[in-house]
Design a protein around this ligand. Sequence first.
Ligand SMILES: [Zn+2]
Length: 312
Amino acid sequence: MGRKVGVIAAVLIALAGALPVYLYIRVILLDYESVTDSVHVIYGVGGNVAVLRTQRGAVIVDTMSFPIQGRRILELAERLGGGPTQAVVNTHYHADHTHGNPAWPAGTPIVATERTRAYLERFDPAFWEGSSEGSAPNDLFTDRHELRIGGKTIRSYYLGRGHTGGDLVVLFVEDRVLHTGDLFFHRRYPGIDLEAGGSVQQWAETLERVLALGFDKVIPGHGPVTDRGGVLEFQRFIAEVAEFARVSVAAGKSLEETLAAANLEHDGAFEEMSIPFLFKFDRDFAIRRAWEEASGSVQPVELSTPEGPGNR
Ligand SMILES: [Zn+2]
């Protein structure tokens, strides 16, 4: 008996020791593929990273979830991108797209919208203090931003509300590749940050403006690389959820009644995304957020950006 307990204890200790090692390996493992001759995508724990190769070096979109990951991404991206980092772009303020930033040296241009910078200060201030202070976005814009680096054009656009109220999309003009950040989840249920200005109701219209840009391949915030058809598929889903919640709220239905009556058609191939005890993005989550917005029970925070409080 005593021996059995000893064995169990030994196994538990070994497992407790193995878990951090497993998590560490999981976090530093990166996978990548080429999208065009000059564009690569890096997959890992967090949002997808895009790397553009220019004659002067790498341009990087998003940096995943942890500074230690950022260091691995920097190394890989500078190899794929043909030299030192020329600029980083953050599509929005969420940790799984920005917390790798501190791996880049101070002084690296980091492009984002004014609103992304404001949300980051409002919702995630602790991370950006101390040693990470110089790694927050420092090259800010409201509507449109252009970089010309080593023979390539990198255009960032703010096209309206969706996943948050500050998401940008980045177009690699010559390669006709678009990184949408989390305005587009490919075949996955989306996160919806109403508190930071996200909007299920306006999302499909924002995607209409995204679809008007000149691109062939799309790197989504999460999920595999796809084309315009993938964006259309997601747009149909988000429009369906918005309409369903709007009609339900107008008919005076409660959240519970709305969830129970949900009968969507456009999410057949969608996967859930979750981290136990932290979050779960699934059909019910999307419907709940849509109901909360349509019923006015969740309001975005007021921001004092140059555009004034509230959201456009
Ligand atoms: Zn996000």
